[in-house]
Design a protein around this ligand. Structure first.
Ligand code: ATP
Ligand code: MG
Length: 256
C-alpha cells in the first residue's frame, strides 16, 4: 500500500508521518515498512528519533544504476529490482531501523546539485521507488511542501493521498490546488483523506472537500517536544494527536 502525505509548508506532514508510523508500530503492524523522506530538506528522521541517513538518492544518483536501461552485468539470480534494492542498501540510501518491534526502512531523496530544477532528482527517486515497491507492505511518503511534487509525477499512483491542511485559508487553498493538480496530471489515487491538523475548538473544518476528513487537534505537547529538540514519536501514548490518527491507523491495518 502506498500512502502519500502532502500539503502546504509547516502544516505538520512530517510530524504526522512519524506519529502515524509509531502508532502502526504500537499496533504490531507487520513490517517491513518503508518511510520515504521525499523532501530535499531531509527531516523525517528527526521526527522519528533516528540518525541522519548515511546517504540519499541524490548522493548516489550518478553512480548507482536505478533502472533496466542503466543496469549492466546483472549478476546471475538477480532481477533488476533485487539488484537495485541491494545497491540502495549497500550505499546506505535505504537503512533498516526498528520502531518498537516494527521493521522500518528509511529512504531519503536528498538535495539535487546546485540551484534550479529538481526534475532529475525527482526522477531518480521515482526510479528507486519503482524498484523497491514490491518489497514492502506499506510505503509512506513524506512529501515536500506544495504542489510541485505532484506535477513532477514522482509516483504515478497512491492508494491513499493524505492532504494535510490547517485552519488557515492559505493551507486550505494549497490543499485544493494539490487535489486539482493530482486530477489534472491523471495521478491514480484510490482514496483521499483530508487531515485537518492543528485545530482549536473554534476551528471550522473546510466544507468543500471530497473524501474523509480527519480532525487532529493542536497539541501543546508536540510544540513542547519540538522546542526541546525531541522527536515527535516521544509524544505520550494517550496524546489527542495519536488518538485522532487512530481511524487512519485502522484503515491502513485493514489493507494489510
Ligand atoms: N497537531 C499539532 N499540534 C501542534 N503543533 C503541531 C501539530 N502538528 C505539527 N505541529 C508543529 O508544526 C510544525 C511543523 O510541523 P512539520 O515539520 O511536521 O510540518 P511539515 O508540513 O512537514 O513542514 P514542511 O513543509 O517544512 O516539511 C512543527 O513545529 C510541529 O511540531
Ligand atoms: Mg516536512
Amino acid at each position: 500500500m502506498i500512502v502519500s502525505v502532502t500539503g502546504k509548508g509547516g502544516v505538520g506532514k512530517t510530524s504526522l508521518c512519524a506519529i502515524l508510523l509509531d502508532e502502526l508500530a504500537r499496533c504490531d503492524y507487520p513490517g517491513p515498512v518503508l518511510a520515504v523522506d521525499a523532501d530535499p530538506a531531509t527531516t523525517l528522521h528527526l521526527a522519528l528519533g533516528l540518525p541522519q541517513p548515511e546517504a540519499t538518492v541524490a548522493d548516489v544518483r550518478e553512480t548507482t544504476p536505478l533502472d533496466a536501461q542503466t543496469v549492466r552485468n546483472l549478476p546471475a539470480g538477480s532481477t533488476v529490482s533485487t539488484y537495485v534494492r541491494d545497491k540502495l542498501r549497500e550505499t546506505g540510501v535505504v537503512s533498516r531501523h526498528h520502531l518498537r518491534q516494527m521493521a522500518l526502512d528509511v529512504m531519503a531523496m536528498g538535495q539535487g546539485e546546485g540551484p534550479g530544477c529538481y526534475c532529475q532528482i525527482n526522477r531518480a527517486l521515482s526510479l528507486a521507488l519503482g524498484q523497491v515497491v514490491s518489497a514492502y507492505r506499506l510505503i509512506l511518503i513524506d512529501n515536500e511542501a506544495g504542489v510541485e511534487h505532484i506535477s513532477r509525477y514522482r509516483l504515478p499512483q497512491a492508494d491513499l493521498l493524505l492532504v494535510v491542511v490547517t485552519p488557515g485559508q492559505a493551507a486550505q487553498a494549497v490543499g485544493r490546488r494539490i487535489l486539482a493538480t493530482a486530477r489534472q496530471v491523471g495521478m491514480g489515487i484510490e482514496a483521499t483523506w483530508m487531515v485537518f491538523n492543528q485545530t482549536l475548538s473554534s476551528s471550522r473544518p473546510p466544507t468543500d472537500e471530497a473524501g474523509v476528513m480527519l480532525v487532529v487537534p493542536a497539541s501543546l505537547e508536540l510544540i513542547e517536544l519540538e522546542l526541546q529538540g525531541r522527536p515527535a514519536v516521544a509524544l505520550p501514548t494517550d496524546d489527542p494527536v495519536r488518538v485522532a490518527l487512530r481511524p487512519l491507523v485502522e484503515g491502513i491495518r485493514r489493507c494489510a
